[in-house]
Design a protein. Sequence first.
Length: 524
Amino acid sequence: MSNIKDFEKLFGLKDKQNNRQKAIIYTRVSTKEQADNNTSLSTQKKFCEEYAVKNGFEVADYFGGTYESAKTDERKEFKRMIQYAKQNSTIGYILIYSYDRFSRSGTNASYIADELKKQGITLVAVTQKVDTSNAGGIMQQDFFFLLSRFDNEMRRDKTKTGMMELLRKGYWLWTPPRGYLNTKKHHRAVDWEIIINEEGELLRKAFQWRVKNTYSSAEIVRKLNLLGMKINERRLQEIFKNPFYCGILITKMLPGEITLGQHGIIVSQEDFIKINTPESKVVSKTYETMSDDLPLKKSLCCPECSNLMTGFLVKAKGLYYYKCQKKCKGVSYSATKLHHSFKQLLNEYQYDVKKLDVLVPEIMQYKLMEMSKSDANEVAAAKSKLSQVRKELNVTEERFATGKIEPSLYNKFSEKFRKEISELEEKLMNPNLTSSNLQKCIKNGFDLSKNLSKIWTSGDLFDKHKLQHFLFPNGFAYDKQNGRVQTFRTNIFFELIRSISKALSEIKNGDSINFDQISARVTS
């Protein structure tokens, strides 16, 4: 007998047998509302603690104590608890109130329980007497896991069926698109009140401009921006293609079905079809409202209200004037004086080889290379982040559609994700320069820069408007007191020409040219 004890001591068998005598307790509920109430959590904890005392288990730690859906085992607290149990050699038991508190994933839950058992860790449901030390008990445990999953699937089917019926009746079940506001989003879907907000009224104008082909998409975007609605061309095209705006519901939940929604419409169904047929595409820009004598009309903004300005002819004098569309007091300019000031502005961005240093192109390439490297990293990061956020939004919508998350959580996170997507798309709207096309861009840019005044003076109305928008995409205003045109944003290439030229002029003759020195002087 003494020899046996010696062997037990030598190989530590007795210690291993008694090593896993501690337990951990895992509690959870499915929703935030249940967690806030805390009744269920406290009840689960109480039963588990009483079981531990009765069976002589020392409770080493507690996990869960919050809301986590058990439909998947990819849960933060759940994974932390499993990892802790496996890494701690003293843990022999995981105490849970019932098997559905542990998991509702069916066969995957059985697999996890089996893996734990191989490491000497027993899963104990304190309200469901199951002896997993034999085959019959393991089968009974697996049955409880499968029953929990079956219950989940039944709930999901019931929820999905109910959502499909609501959709067929015209009720929208998610956050409405831009231009709409749900004033009762925390109520039941049948009580939701989806109304057209201020942005919706601006989109109504945008749809009408698109129907009449009054403006191109880029011009519509610029007008909306001036009216206070920040949007890019890609997002606007998505809106033009969304049937929700004409009262039609088309969703993945009802494949092949078209339903009339119960919300207000921003564009008629006839006009929506018209702008989304191939024949409706704008072949060329129309300029019925423009005049060769007033070429700045689509770029000139009122300094008082920021609206685009219009023009008129004083027949008695035979002179043209620009004026504010909203008739802001005192905002009226002589077209002759304004055109002269605009030409002076163009001269500031014009590259004259005779007057400017021959190093300007070389410095330009150096500066743009600096910027393109930084931009490339930012663009790559933004694209990666955009892809990630879109996936998170898709997962959130899918989980809500199948009843896996509550409406309050869906509204909170879907709005957050959509805002992030909009900001990232805005950041990626303008493509950056890369080393592969940089030299070609610089060459084309300088060719254009040498002829700015000539293009604007001798070009037709289309050429003038195109040049104005290319150089100053957000338009410009006129400072009548100082007789100068003031720009809101300038094309970075031409802004660099002006900045580099100015920086070079400040360096004394005979001084060495340091590219880093020039770069520091040039605006970002």
